[in-house]
Design a protein around this ligand. Structure first.
Ligand code: 4AD
Ligand code: MG
Length: 433
């Protein structure tokens, strides 16, 4: 029988001199004459287990020789402080039990191609850099919830199956809903807006879907988005909140995920400047800057990835670009009263080529102008009755934004492609595993 009283490797420091059992997976083994070693990972840490042939007995010694990569084991032994060991402790083994064999584990400690690794994503998750990246992701997610909870936001869970187009018709996943067309949510925004008059400050956080045909290192077809919405906040308040959040999340990762960032070889100095205030430039200023730098961009079109990188390079921290042309942005953004060719919105561009990590805006709160924009975009007006009701029954100024979790975490961890920062990436050519 397997005892349930396992000690977790992260807690070994509290058991020095004691006799404990750990349960985990074998990463490597080595045998030098009459002494052998097995490095065991239990999900909370990694520990070196030391076998002395004369002490463990014949059976245990031959079991050690049979261990292969990723065999599940239960190891019992004495906890010793050992500064030369990774983690600072080792286990002087008295007993070894194989719990589950692992024959010919596909991922070897050599270089594999990324397609091979993505095909084996279910196993690749166990590798140290992948573990570190996903741990930072979990830390950032928790940081998001804590940040908004501490500021009295109410979390609103928005639907995944929807009847109205959230962003634009171009990137929809359509499905059949008992004979009616339905779409996978591109955003939770329209729904979270409706909760503003109920709770004032709200946010949603969940998976969103875009049939993006682009094969870039910044695009997934399924990604997780945080979307706060605040009543009586204007576009400047909106940028203030984004700035506070981003500074907070970066600080938290540096503090609480320092070990993981080290595994990922992320230089913490790259994030040292992420402090308020972030520079804020208008779209028009950004276009002028880009034209000076040699870009072919014309006033009126959206910034491409290369343009974003070029703008970001001029600054030492994330930069806001605000008030884009109406035609470059979604229908729900508020017309800029000072320049009706533009809307009150912003993107937040991360340094180092990570591009747009946040898109936000003040919302069009005028019923007629909103209707006009819906018609202009050829969106099916009848699907938006409920959304327009927010403007019919006590309309009010409000603003919000969407932060793409994978892009944020890719930037914090310095990983080149956002696909590694989600457990199971969905890409244009990948639905498995
Ligand atoms: O700029 P977007 O499209 O904004 C919205 O969806 C609004 N409804 C948000 C709001 O105001 N509530 O997307 C927001 C963010 C982007 O800045 C980017 O970080 C991320 O979502 N994002 C993607 N991440 C990965 N793959 C994709 N295909 C992404 N598309 C957007
Ligand atoms: Mg955007």
């Amino acid at each position: 029988m397997i005892s349930q009283s396992f000690v977790e490797v992260r807690d070994l420091h509290a058991h020095v001199g004691g006799h404990v059992a750990i349960g985990g997976w074998v990463e490597t083994t080595r045998i030098h004459g009459k002494v052998g070693f097995a490095v065991v990972r239990d999900g909370t840490g990694t520990v070196q287990c030391v076998f002395v042939k004369a002490e463990v007995g014949e059976e245990c010694w031959s079991e050690l020789a049979s261990l292969t990569q990723e065999t599940a084991v239960r190891v019992t032994g004495e906890v010793r402080a050992e500064p030369r060991s990774p983690g600072g402790f080792e286990l002087g083994v008295t007993e070894l039990r194989v719990v589950g064999r692992s024959e010919e584990y596909p991922i070897q400690p050599k270089e594999h191609g990324v397609d091979f690794l993505l095909d084996h994503r279910h196993l690749w998750l166990r590798s140290s850099k992948q573990r570190a990246g996903l741990k930072v992701r979990a830390e950032v997610e928790q940081g998001i919830h804590d940040f908004f909870y501490e500021r009295d936001f109410v979390r609103i869970d928005t639907p995944i199956l929807t009847g109205s187009i959230g962003e634009s018709a171009g990137t929809l996943f359509e499905t059949d809903y008992f004979g009616e067309p339905a779409y996978l949510a591109q955003t939770g925004q329209l729904y979270v807006e409706t909760a503003c008059p109920a709770f004032r400050k709200v946010y949603c956080f969940g998976p969103t879907f875009r049939a993006e045909k682009s094969k870039t290192r910044r695009h997934l077809t399924e990604f997780w988005m945080l979307e706060p919405e605040v009543a009586f906040a204007d576009s400047d308040d909106n940028m203030d909140l984004q700035e506070e959040l981003v500074v907070h999340l970066v600080e938290r990762a540096l503090e609480r995920a320092a070990e993981e960032l080290e595994v990922l070889e992320r230089d913490p100095n790259a994030l040292a400047n992420v402090r308020a205030p972030f520079p804020r430039i208008s779209y028009t200023e950004a276009v002028e800057l880009l034209q000076r730098e040699g870009s072919e961009i014309e006033w009126g079109s959206d910034l491409g990835g290369a343009d974003e990188t070029l703008v970001a390079r001029q600054f030492d921290r994330p930069v806001f670009i605000y008030n884009y042309p109406t035609q470059a942005k979604a229908f729900y953004m508020k017309e800029n009263p000072d320049d009706p060719r533009t809307v009150l919105c912003n993107d937040l561009i991360a340094p180092e080529g990570y591009g747009e990590i946040i898109g936000g805006s003040q919302r069009e709160d005028d019923l007629d102008r909103l209707l006009h924009r819906i018609r202009e975009e050829n969106l099916p007006e009848e699907a938006y009755g409920w959304y327009l009701d927010i403007r019919r029954y006590g309309t009010f100024p409000h603003s919000g934004f969407g932060l793409g979790l994978e892009r944020m975490v890719a930037w914090i961890t310095g990983r080149p492609h956002i696909r590694e920062l989600i457990p199971y990436p969905r890409l244009i050519n990948r639905l498995t595993p």
